[in-house]
Design a protein around this ligand. Structure first.
Ligand SMILES: Cc1cc2nc3c(=O)[nH]c(=O)nc-3n(C[C@H](O)[C@H](O)[C@H](O)COP(=O)(O)OP(=O)(O)OC[C@H]3O[C@@H](n4cnc5c(N)ncnc54)[C@H](O)[C@@H]3O)c2cc1C
Length: 362
């Protein structure tokens, strides 16, 4: 039974970093904004929580969130191991639940937990969005702007007429285990995670997330690889998790007739390392700016100039890395540059350096 029909200016689907950032950056807009989140928590999704250091300059609101600084990391390639140190923290592991509540607590938007968006229909002045409540009732909302920040398997992407490019070569499969206690940051390559990488990140909640990922097409046997990693640390008690990560790289369109795709829903993830929190936060900010200006193409402009090229570069490097048959001599320099790339610094300069080091074997 349909209960009521209500009307809002902006309806946001999903309270992950993308949706919450959009809502937060709409604070001074005077628009009526509502966020629907199907879970009861913004948001404890499977994620290791590693965030680039520069994200805290761009989003000062995150500075108060509990975090662990990553100042050094062990890099393991098959059985070779290096200890890599950075002059200052390259990244921080944040507690995502705490980050979610921090943003939610500072936004003017209404947050509806436990409501799942199940359908979207286009009408002349916007869209009608159908929401399924936890009690089984449905409600319909009319909205001028719709923001799909509902993750890798976005329903908004499918229902609002975006080209859905998800296939086993554009989506990554990520396995992780949450274990109690503090384990030192570590990256593992080669036989530990063929055509992908594994990582160990301690979180500020006193747990460590140990996981690995690659493109879905190459992820056969990855669950067993997770057990190998756990065995390396003699871990027998853990909480297993699985999640998809979009690794498309070049994104053709993230906005269409008042519907915005933000974060994972749009594929705003660095394909080389699977990191998406920072891009989700940025994209949310740009979507809010475009909505405030009533100029949706502003969103495409901002997100392309901010990180479009980086994602494209990362995807190219991922494809090259997967196809490469060259046996690498794993040097300390290569370990350092690999760590930088896998912990968020995917720049043209770092990719050139990595290629040179591999060619010269230094
Ligand atoms: C195992 C794993 C580890 C990762 N580790 C890292 C990392 O260390 N660092 C990093 O930067 N990135 C990491 N990522 C990627 C990162 O988690 C995502 O890029 C990031 O969460 C994207 O934010 P988002 O807001 O776009 O989507 P999400 O965080 O997925 O949020 C989407 C929200 O939408 C809600 N939702 C979905 N459908 C509906 C619906 N129909 N109605 C209402 N609500 C809905 C979901 O419940 C969810 O809360 C990891 C991913 C995985 C799977």
């Amino acid at each position: 039974m349909i209960l009521v029909e209500d009307s809002v200016d902006v309806l946001i689907v999903g309270a992950g970093p993308a949706g919450l950032s959009t809502a937060y950056h709409l604070n001074d807009s005077g628009l009526e904004v509502i966020v629907f989140e199907s879970s009861y928590n913004p948001r404890s999704k499977p994620c290791a929580g590693l965030l680039q250091a520069e994200a805290f300059d761009e989003f000062p609101i995150l500075r108060s969130v509990p975090k662990v600084a990553v100042e050094d990391v062990i890099v393991t390639y098959n059985d070779i191991e290096y200890h890599v140190e950075f002059e200052e923290p390259i990244a921080y592991v944040i507690d995502r639940t705490s980050a979610g509540w921090t943003l939610a607590g500072r936004m003017d938007a209404e947050l509806e937990l436990g409501g799942s968006v199940v359908d979207v229909k286009r009408i002349e002045e916007g869209r009608i969005v159908r929401v399924l409540r936890p009690d089984g009732e449905t409600e319909e909302y009319k909205t001028r702007y719709l923001v799909g920040s509902d993750g890798a398997l976005s329903i908004v992407r499918r229902k609002a007429g975006f080209h859905d490019r998800v296939n086993e070569y554009t989506i990554g499969s990520a396995y992780q285990a949450i274990v109690s206690g503090f384990y030192k940051p570590r990256l593992l390559l080669g036989r530990w995670a063929p055509k992908g990488y594994a990582r160990v990140y301690p979180s500020p909640t006193g747990e460590t997330r140990i996981g690995l990922g690659t493109l879905k097409a190459y992820s056969k046997g990855y669950r067993d690889k997770l057990f190998e990693l756990l065995a390396l640390y003699d871990i027998e008690t853990y909480t297993p998790q699985f999640g998809y990560v979009p690794l498309v790289g070049r994104i053709k369109e993230s906005v269409k007739n008042g519907a915005f795709l933000v974060g994972d829903a749009a594929g705003h993830v660095q394909p080389l390392n699977g990191m998406g929190i920072y891009y989700a936060m940025k994209a949310g900010k740009y979507a809010a700016e475009a909505i405030k200006k009533e100029d949706e193409m502003e969103y495409e402009k901002l997100r392309k100039s901010s990180f479009g090229y980086d994602l494209h570069l990362g995807r190219k490097a991922l494809e090259k890395g997967i196809k490469s048959k060259v046996k690498k001599r794993f040097t300390k320099r290569l370990a350092k540059i690999t760590a930088e790339l896998l912990m968020g610094r995917v720049t043209k300069m770092n990719l050139i350096k990595a290629r040179l080091i591999m060619k010269l074997g230094v």
